[in-house]
Every structure is written in C-alpha cells, then in structure tokens.
Design a protein around this ligand. Structure first.
Ligand SMILES: NC(=O)c1ccc[n+]([C@@H]2O[C@H](COP(=O)([O-])OP(=O)(O)OC[C@H]3O[C@@H](n4cnc5c(N)ncnc54)[C@H](OP(=O)(O)O)[C@@H]3O)[C@@H](O)[C@H]2O)c1
Length: 298
C-alpha cells in the first residue's frame, strides 16, 4: 500500500511519514522544493508539487492508495484542501485522513477554524472513506519560545485561565498511521487531546520550575499589542519568523476565543485517545521537560 503525505517536511507530516514507514507502508511525500539529502528517510519517494496547482497535485496522487492531507497555515487553505480532495476522489483513492483542528465548529470566527470545518463538512458529505483528526494546541509550539523563556523570562502566549487543550504531534502521527493501516476508522472524527491543559499562569509556573528561575505570564489583556508584536516578530507558534499580517490577526482571534470561552478537553475525550493509542496521550508537562533538558544541554 502506498500513501501520499502532504506537509511531509513539516512538524506533523514528518512524524506521519515515520509512523507509516514503521508500519511497513510505502510513502510518497509531497513537497514544493528539491530537498537536501537526508531531509526525509531514504525509503520515501518524493513528489515535487504544490497544492495550489491542481496539475502537480493530480500527478502526485497517481498510483497511490490513500492520502494523509495536511494543509499549512495559509490563507487559501480551503481552496488547497478541496482541490486535493476532489482530485483524490477522481483518482479513486481508498481513504483519506484529514488534519483538522479541535472544536473547529466552535470558533467559526477564526478563519483557519472555519476553513477546516467547511472542509470537514465537504468530506462528510462526499463518498470517499475518511478519518478526520482534530488536534488541539501543539505542545511542539513551545519550541519557538526558547528566547522568551530562557532570556526574557516571560511566557508570552495569551493562553488565558480557562484551559487550552493540547496535543503532541507524535500522537497525531500515530493515530494517523493507525487510521490509514487498520480497519474500523472510516467515517470517524477523532478529538486528539491530552490529559493536561495549558493556562497562562500554569505554563509560567511549569517553566519556572523547569528552568529554575521566575517566569512571568505576559497576560492576555492587550490583544492589539499581541497582534502588532506578531506582525513584527513573526508567528510565536513557529520557530521561524513568519511575519504575515493575516495570520497575526487569525491567531489573535483564536486566542481571544480561547480566553473568553476556553478550549478545554474532557476526561472522556482523553480516554478515547488513550484507547486509540493503547497508552495515555503524551502531555504538555512531559514535552516541556524534554525541551528544558534539550535547552540545558545545547
Ligand atoms: N500549531 C498548532 O497548535 C496547531 C493545532 C491544530 C492544528 N494545526 C494545523 O496544523 C497545520 C500545520 O501543521 P504543521 O505545523 O505540522 O506544518 P508546518 O510544520 O508548518 O509545515 C507545513 C508543511 O506544508 C507544506 N506546504 C506549505 N505550502 C504548501 C503548498 N502550497 N503545497 C504543498 N505543500 C505545502 C510544507 O512543505 P514544503 O515547504 O516542503 O513544500 C510543509 O511540509 C495547519 O493546518 C494548522 O492549522 C496547528
């Protein structure tokens, strides 16, 4: 069986590639660029293409059986997703696992949530077998906070006090691989949440303990300033500077929603993820420990 993985060079997609290879699946990775040797495991077949281009996308879908579809944080997310979906149906693929977002339908004022929910609904209404994955806030986002935490001593994410559900991308990858290789996952939508939740003050306390110094929560009282900072310095959820105004505004709306209404998980949802994985999902605190150890030795 061969699976096309989009976003294969990114945080989540690269873990999906690994998880599929571990299960003996043939993997084709879609990327827009010539990759340096070693970027992906040598067993992976590379398809050069761009999801904004239906011709190269259709070419990449030839002779594959299934698809893992991840669209990057882009303003034309819905166009890329629905184009790839229709081409996958036309190519006769047997299954697609789509990366959406937790509570996609509860934050419809946030462009990237609304786009994902519209895509989910199109997939549910279509006739192609599917699994929808709804991960929450990636614990891996915190990798981009090294300077803020270790130099400035500030936890800068306006996570609020109500609770933000979290997910480790390695757990997403495992569930994606399960959904693409095992029976019983067709037509399912999985909330992928861990057992712990993020709050601004809670994160500051966690990092204070791990780094052995006082970390202050920057608060969530000034979203104008948060948006301006993001426009200037880049997306705080990524390591690389990505100063894009539309995304700064989109993420502002998302965090405002989280502060006002929360983005909480439930014990039932966590138990369902544990049942899928056969073990408890990875937690925020475990990843924070991993990062603190890495930063201390690098
Ligand atoms: N961060 C969070 O907390 C969070 C939570 C829930 C859901 N999500 C969702 O997760 C997704 C992002 O996942 P990620 O962080 O793993 O991604 P990422 O690391 O930012 O990687 C983006 C990937 O998309 C590919 N890509 C970008 N534009 C493309 C195009 N036009 N055609 C083909 N490929 C393209 C890139 O490949 P090349 O550069 O090799 O072409 C790269 O592999 C978004 O949909 C986001 O909404 C994020």
């Amino acid at each position: 069986m061969k699976v096309l993985v989009t976003g294969a060079t990114g945080r989540t997609g690269s873990e999906v590639v690994k998880a599929l290879l571990e299960r003996g699946v043939d993997v084709r990775a879609l990327t827009r660029k010539q990759l340096k040797p070693g970027t992906l495991p040598s067993a992976v077949e590379i398809a050069l293409g761009d999801l904004t281009d239906p011709v190269s996308t259709a070419e990449a879908l030839k002779d594959v059986d299934k698809l893992f579809l991840l669209i990057a944080g882009v303003p034309d997310e819905i166009v890329q997703a629905l184009t790839t979906y229709s081409l996958s149906k036309r190519a006769g693929l047997k299954h697609m696992t789509y990366l959406s977002v937790y509570q996609a339908d509860r934050f419809l004022e946030v462009p990237h949530f609304a786009a994902k929910y519209a895509v989910e609904e199109a997939i549910r209404a279509g006739r192609m077998p599917y699994t929808i994955l709804r991960p929450a806030y990636f614990v891996q986002n915190e990798r981009g906070l090294k300077a803020a935490l270790t130099d400035t001593g500030v936890y800068p994410i306006p996570a609020g006090n109500r609770g933000v559900a979290v997910t480790d991308v390695r757990d997403i990858a495992e569930v994606a691989a399960i959904s693409l290789t095992e029976e019983g996952h067709e037509g399912k939508t999985y909330d992928l949440v861990s057992s712990d939740m993020l709050t601004g003050p809670g994160a500051a306390a966690t990092w204070s303990k791990l780094l052995g110094k006082k970390i202050t929560y920057a608060g969530h009282g000034d979203f104008d300033n948060f948006e301006v900072r993001m426009r200037k310095t880049g997306n705080p959820l990524r390591e690389t500077a990505n100063p894009i105004s539309w995304l700064a505004h989109d993420l502002r709306l998302m965090f405002e929603g989280f502060v006002e209404r929360g983005f909480r998980n439930t014990e039932d949802q966590t138990a369902r993820v544990a049942a899928l994985l056969g073990r408890p999902p990875r937690t925020y605190s475990a990843y924070a420990e991993e990062l603190a150890t890495e930063w201390a030795t690098s």
